[in-house]
Design a protein around this ligand. Structure first.
Ligand SMILES: Nc1ncnc2c1ncn2[C@@H]1O[C@H](COP(=O)(O)OP(=O)(O)OP(=O)(O)O)[C@@H](O)[C@H]1O
Length: 394
């Protein structure tokens, strides 16, 4: 990747999701900051702050209930997550988070000198894009702004401009067909179910066994010990998790293997979760999305089902997706779907990058010289008004 000579020559790339925010400079391999996507107001001394940052998890999840609780999802959501289920819900909280990212995480390199590339979720609404652009130009006075689709960028990170991006993050999963660098929005499918629902399911399984743990501890248990069962190899047995107070919790193999089942098979999440998953589990979403596209490009899409997002890091994810895709392919289909990274390949390459793929794609794109054509300058924004952002960013 191109390395800019100074940070001042680079573009700041920012990807704020439902659970985590990633921020850093174009041309770099990884985001400098990966932190929970909440606006923190910590009031800590410099020393306490650095200890806090060293121990801070990469993400914090909303606790969104599903099931027959009689409560509205939005009402139970942690109020300080500006993005929930991939949708910008609170521009004031977003402004606070952005202020932290610019001035604290990236140490004040932004402001009037550094252009910004914002990663936006698939099917982002025009009004949300406008709110973000107004905030960037009017509050943070950025000199230039670009807005790019996260799935297009995830694919780009894997070296492709054609394929189907399957993004599974903290709050939402999307299947997005991409052709020649453009998302085919008419065929985008969305599942309101991802990492936080898996955590929620694990919390329930642990409570059935008498373990009542805080939501954030359960998220860590999930990331450390859960896996997705596949037809290949021997399933791991029980294992222990050490709690912050030194006590241990034993997880049996059902607990470890069943929490994530709902994203592949929504019936496993109960009646209400299944009702939300109108396009089925992940493999069904991939195949339906491809079937909604022109037949001529089906081989391009089937040949590169590129997975991205934190939840795809779970052990067994790519193997299970490939097995499910093989199962749902019509008998005698001329071409089978192929998951990237390939389940049997152990090369690092894209495999190691998929967690932050949209950010990495943004970093790569913004370090290419034609990228300037994808920027709106503050002058252009002031002269032409907000409609310019829809003309430039398709
Ligand atoms: N090793 C792991 N195993 C299981 N889950 C993981 C792992 N690493 C991260 N996650 C989960 O990934 C999720 C965060 O992923 P990501 O940062 O891609 O989401 P996001 O961009 O914040 O959310 P969204 O795209 O849904 O708006 C969290 O639910 C986190 O628990």
């Amino acid at each position: 990747m191109v390395n800019h000579r100074t940070e001042e020559e680079a573009t700041i790339v920012i990807d704020v999701g439902s659970s985590s925010a990633k921020a850093g400079f174009s041309g770099e391999d990884m985001p400098r900051a990966v932190c929970p996507s909440v606006a923190e107001d910590l009031h800590l001394s410099a020393e306490e702050l650095s200890t806090y940052r060293a121990r801070r998890p990469e993400s914090r999840e909303c606790y969104l209930e599903y099931g027959n609780t009689g409560k509205d999802d939005e009402a139970v959501a942690a109020g300080d997550h500006p993005v929930r289920r991939g949708v910008l819900r609170d521009i004031d909280e977003m402004e606070k988070l952005m202020d932290n990212l610019f001035n604290f995480e990236l140490a004040a390199y932004a402001g009037a000198h550094t252009p910004v590339l914002m990663v936006e979720p698939p099917l982002n609404e025009r009004s949300q894009r406008q709110e973000m652009a107004a905030m960037m130009f009017e509050t943070f006075k950025v000199p230039a702004l670009s807005v790019c689709n996260s799935s297009v960028l995830a694919l780009f990170a894997s070296g492709r401009t054609r394929g189907l991006a399957l993004e599974v993050g903290g709050g939402v999963a999307h299947a997005v067909p991409v052709f020649e660098g453009f998302a085919l929005n008419h065929a985008v499918l969305r599942l309101e179910g991802a990492g936080q629902d898996i955590t929620n399911r694990l919390k329930g399984l642990l409570e059935e066994r008498g373990h009542h743990l805080p939501f954030d501890t359960v998220r860590d248990v999930k990331e450390s010990l859960c896996y997705i069962p596949t037809d290949r190899g021997v399933a791991p047995g029980e294992d222990e998790y050490e709690l912050p107070d030194g006590n241990t919790v034993t997880l049996d193999s059902e607990c470890r293997s069943q929490a994530a089942e709902l994203i592949f098979n929504p019936d496993a999440g109960g009646k209400d979760f299944a009702a939300r998953a109108t396009d089925g589990g992940l493999a069904s979403m991939v195949m339906q999305s491809i079937s909604m596209c022109d037949k001529d490009i089906n081989p391009d899409l089937l040949g590169s089902v590129v997975v991205a997002g934190g939840t795809t890091m779970m052990a067994g994810f790519v193997e299970r997706l490939q097995d499910d895709l093989d199962r749902v392919s019509p008998p005698g289909a001329p071409m089978m779907a192929s998951v990237i990274p390939h389940p049997t390949s152990h090369e690092p390459g894209y495999n190691a990058q998929r967690k932050h793929a949209p950010w990495i794609g943004g970093s790569m794109l913004a370090s290419l010289s034609p990228f300037k054509q994808l920027q709106v300058t503050r002058q252009e924004y002031e002269d032409s008004g907000e409609s310019i952002i829809h003309r430039i960013f398709l």
